[in-house]
Design a binder for this molecule. Structure first.
Ligand code: HEC
Length: 728
């Protein structure tokens, strides 16, 4: 791990207002670049250092002027608008924006975390649930924390080994780990203070989301609805780590007795024996506290398994899947809910970022919450009652013809409910019209900036569905795109992302940014009239005019930019910081360019040049296996490997190795060392010996070899360009 500091030109005068809260803590590591002068706070070195000096009062005041330079919690304030009131960087001068410093991470996996900035220190989590603390002046690493997640646990993680952030409170940072722990870390030293297991390790839970702290309790959810778990949110005492309350999002086995009356009523909306399959409803990203209504809003995920016909065969709404549930923050007691997608069957989570605001709606000022969930409708709900005020499609959708505002229910098209022999090419697919990538709201423009995706997926029922102890439990074929689009060549199948400025009151698009392949990055709005956003796989970090969408500035980050940016003020200057990494050109084995990038006006630091890198050649052995073996291999691959290595052997986004190019294709023995003997398990590639026989891995290898030969043929000079895969 290296970090680089740039010689910053600090202002000599105090013409820019310096805002400060509490005592200053990092003077001991103050390193002054050329041309800088000591600023006010260095004279307070005698004060005892205080790190993460955040209490409930300060969190409640995060929107006040004194905190304007801070980023104290995941979405900056409890409202999670991701709006910074700083205005030194404007539409007029943003072209002068440059790198102040950057710091390298030790993992090239995808970076999804929003950093925190508190009194001179930046805290950021990275893939594998690690945490860094940086001196915000110099970029010097103050400490690094590694919870040492066992590599084998990766097989229980649905969508990459990422982490989206930490919470700060009373001198500590809180982190959820991939293997289900909630850890309190001393913000000064990086030492673990306490650690609790928040999940049953006999079930396949994981944590990637950022905790929130409300009234002295640390809130944390989890993931795992692809693996048959039951979702919940837990509240722990911030000091002791003791469990205070837990809110389950779906009912358990009625025979065990319900935890509360809410679960009894929810159970009336389920049929069959859903509890044997988990039910799902995981709370993996968004849970937001509103100090005005004193309610906590929980974004609830998809069903487990995905296919509702297996989960709840006689229908039913399946509460609280795909819902926003309001609970009391001190007890976890149910108050209201709004369900976006009844009898959910498309992985349409309502876990997407929730933003709270005061909006002028139908002639009166209302406290609302807003969400752009995966299903493609933008919801504005009354925060106190959950009444739906707006529900407009914010992108193209083909599963429903709008939402009935009186009942709040979507008008679902019959053919969207895929079943045996009747597949459905869905828009949005399970990737969602919007995933975890943070959206921002600017009270100045009244617009919401949504990282939108146009992502198709063909839902093909898995008619032989049986819950498996390893791999996804979906009830649909994850590998279906390969065969479905081969057989339906005219069906649309793109997956692109772009930023959309959305008027939440009028329910219409105002502008959109440029498209990139795959997901696009999270957004930050500022009082300088700007929106900062990463262009996903385009590897661009950019600033738009918040009103017009004109691109005013950009830089090439050398790697994918997906995480939510932040802005803060230090020594009277405004900074913008963003964690980058993932989707690097050349894939998983390309050099690591994952970093924290920090920008300011006239910043002079330069990224080192990219390293020369020769991607692995597409050099498979000849395809000699019979079509039957290849088909068997494709089925096993789809069930056990596609989740990480991509539906066709090639990962989108380079989160995992491209198996069409692995040299291990040349040796079944070496292939099996990895797949059956766990040779790479410490690095996230578990052994599949529990579910695969040597004959299975031979078939899987044959399938990948066949795929690689098809691709090689298609890319050979003189090839028509159409994939040659007619018999598969
Ligand atoms: C949970 C995610 C995940 C799943 C599921 C998964 N893998 Fe992997 N796989 C990985 C990771 C991570 C690596 C890279 C490990 C490393 O850095 O060395 C990897 C590496 C490999 C490699 C070595 C590639 C190389 O060139 O070094 C092979 C071969 C492989 N996987 C095959 C499979 C097969 C076959 C399946 C299905 C039976 C599968 N994997 C399922 C995550 C996964």
């Amino acid at each position: 791990m290296e970090s680089y500091a740039a010689a910053l030109e600090m202002p000599e005068n105090d013409s820019v207002k310096w805002r400060r809260w509490g005592t200053w803590g990092v003077c001991a590591v103050w390193v002054c670049g050329a041309g800088c002068s000591p600023s006010t706070e260095t004279t307070q070195a005698a004060d005892a250092p205080r790190y993460a000096a955040v209490d409930t009062a300060r969190l409640l005041a995060a929107g006040e002027d004194e905190q304007a330079g801070q980023w104290l919690s995941h979405g900056r304030t409890y409202e999670e608008q991701r709006y910074s009131p700083l205005d030194e960087i404007t539409t007029q001068n943003v072209e002068r924006l440059g790198l102040a410093w950057f710091a390298d991470y030790d993992t090239n996996l995808q970076q999804q975390a929003t950093p925190l900035y508190i009194d001179g220190v930046l805290y950021v989590s990275t893939a594998w649930s690690k945490v860094y603390a940086f001196d915000a002046r110099t970029g010097k690493t103050l400490w690094q924390y590694d919870p040492k997640v066992p590599g084998e646990w990766a097989v229980n993680v649905c969508c990459g080994l990422s982490n989206r952030g930490v919470a700060a409170y009373d001198g500590k940072l809180y982190l959820g780990t991939l293997d289900g722990r909630l850890v309190a870390i001393d913000a000064r030293t990086g030492q673990e203070v306490w650690s609790v297991l928040t999940v049953d390790r006999s079930e396949r839970y994981s944590i990637t989301g950022a905790p929130r702290v409300v009234q002295g309790r640390v809130l944390i959810g989890n993931s795992g609805a692809e693996f048959g778990v039951r979702g919940y949110l837990s509240a722990y005492d911030a000091q002791t780590g003791e469990l205070d309350w837990r809110f389950y999002t779906v009912p358990g086995n009625p025979a065990d007795g319900f935890e509360n009356d809410t679960m009894r009523r929810a159970a009336a909306t389920w049929t069959g024996e859903w509890w044997t399959l988990g039910g799902g409803g995981t709370v993996w990203d968004s849970f937001v506290y509103d100090p005005v209504t004193d309610l906590l809003f929980i974004g609830v995920g998809n069903g487990s398994p995905w296919n509702a016909r297996y989960r709840s065969p006689e229908g039913g709404d399946n509460l609280f899947l795909s819902s926003i549930v309001a609970v009391k923050p001190d007890t976890g007691e149910y108050v209201w809910h709004y369900q976006t997608t009844p009898w959910e069957t498309w992985d349409y989570t309502a876990t997407q970022p929730i933003v709270i605001a005061d909006l002028e709606i139908d002639g009166s000022r209302r406290r609302v919450l807003m969400q752009a969930p995966k299903n493609g409708f933008f919801y504005v709900l009354d925060a106190a009652t959950g009444k739906v005020l707006r529900a407009d499609a914010y992108t193209e959708v083909n599963w429903a013809d709008g939402v009935d505002l009186d009942t709040g229910r979507p008008r679902i098209r019959a053919q969207a409910r895929y079943q045996a022999g009747k597949p459905f090419n869905a828009l949005p697919g399970p990737q969602g019209a919007h995933a975890w990538h943070p959206m921002a709201y600017s009270p100045r423009t009244g617009l919401v900036y949504i990282p939108v995706q146009r992502a198709w997926f063909p839902f093909v029922e898995d008619e032989d569905f049986q819950p498996q102890p390893v791999g996804y439990n979906l009830g649909v074929h994850l590998g279906a795109p390969l065969t479905y689009y081969r057989d339906h060549p005219d069906e649309p199948r793109d997956f692109v992302g772009y930023l959309k400025a959305w008027d939440p009151v009028a329910g219409r698009e105002v502008w959109r940014g440029e498209e990139n392949q795959g997901p696009t990055g999270g957004a930050l709005a500022t009082a300088g009239g700007l929106v900062f956003q990463g262009g996903g796989s385009s590897q661009e970090f950019r600033a738009y005019d918040a009103r017009t969408g004109e691109k005013l500035w950009s830089m090439h980050a050398q790697t994918g930019v997906l995480a939510g940016p932040i802005s803060y003020e230090l020594d009277g200057r405004q900074y913008v910081a963003v964690s980058v990494g993932g989707n690097q050109a050349g894939g998983y084995y390309a050099p690591n360019y994952s970093r924290l990038l920090v920008f300011t006006l006239d910043g002079k630091a330069q990224l080192p040049p990219t390293k020369t890198f020769v991607p692995r050649p597409l050099d498979p052995p000849p395809a000699t296996a019979s079509p039957e073996v290849v088909a068997a291999g494709r089925a096993k691959y789809s069930q056990y490997c596609a989740a990480c290595h991509g539906e066709n052997g090639q990962t989108r986004g380079a989160m995992f190795p491209d198996l069409t190019r692995t040299p291990l294709l040349h040796s079944q023995e070496r292939f099996d060392q990895v797949v059956l003997k766990g040779a790479l398990s410490a690095r996230g590639m578990a052994s599949f010996a529990q579910v695969l026989e040597p004959a299975d891995t031979q078939a899987i290898r044959a399938f990948i070899v066949a795929r690689a030969n098809d691709m090689k043929q298609a890319s050979a000079p003189g090839a028509s360009g159409a994939p040659q895969q007619a018999h598969r």
